[in-house]
Design a protein around this ligand. Structure first.
Ligand code: HEC
Ligand code: HEC
Ligand code: HEC
Length: 124
């Protein structure tokens, strides 16, 4: 029979494992961490980008973005500020008409850079 202590330890381990699993799910279906252009972002002294996927998904049909604007694969789209300012990628909407203009850097560049392995692991 399990002692009370072992039971508690087991529950803690389970909570940790389940907690970890749900974080991965949240990452996949909600917020997308974007850092393909990391070195340029670091040079410009802005943080990595978090794309709030869910926030957009409840406002637009998938086909608004996939695959005309974005390929449905994390990290597969080369987004640059130049493309955004020219009305492509995020700039299709973030142009001051459909949504606010891409002038407010800190609204998109919100994430601390992740260690390389973590970012890669999150992609799998
Ligand atoms: C406002 C635009 C937009 C809408 C609407 C949208 N997505 Fe996305 N989606 C993106 C972007 C941006 C990415 C990330 C691309 C990247 O990292 O290069 C993405 C990535 C994805 C991915 C890849 C995730 C991964 O981990 O590789 C899937 C799957 C996906 N979207 C499914 C959907 C579905 C299903 C819907 C509708 C319910 C939807 N998207 C609606 C913009 C959108
Ligand atoms: C299909 C149109 C569309 C595209 C494409 C799009 N957005 Fe948005 N986005 C919106 C709209 C609409 C809002 C809400 C604006 C408002 O509240 O005034 C929004 C809001 C946001 C917000 C704020 C979310 C919040 O919690 O208030 C962020 C951050 C954001 N977008 C980032 C991005 C990034 C990064 C991309 C490109 C990878 C992108 N968006 C592409 C339409 C779009
Ligand atoms: C609507 C969201 C959004 C806003 C607002 C925004 N960015 Fe970005 N930015 C992005 C995305 C998405 C990328 C590409 C991220 C990746 O995949 O690496 C990016 C990439 C960059 C890069 C690296 C690529 C390049 O074009 O050189 C720099 C530097 C940058 N942003 C600076 C800025 C500055 C400065 C501002 C404010 C004037 C700003 N950004 C505002 C979404 C945004």
């Amino acid at each position: 029979m399990m002692t009370r202590k072992t039971l508690l330890a087991t529950l803690l381990v389970m909570a940790f494992v389940l907690g970890g699993a749900s974080t991965a799910v949240a990452r996949e279906y909600a917020d997308i961490y974007m850092d393909s252009t990391r070195s340029s972002m670091e040079k410009a002294d802005v943080k990595a980008v978090i794309f709030p996927h869910w926030f957009h998904r409840i406002r637009f049909k998938c086909k608004v973005c996939h695959e005309n604007i974005f390929i449905m694969k994390r990290g597969a789209n080369s987004v640059s500020m130049r493309r955004i300012m020219e009305g492509e990628a995020c700039g299709v909407c973030h142009n001051g008409q459909i949504a606010w203009e891409a002038l407010y850097c800190e609204r998109c560049h919100t994430a601390e850079f992740e260690p390389k392995q973590t970012a890669d692991a999150a992609k799998q």
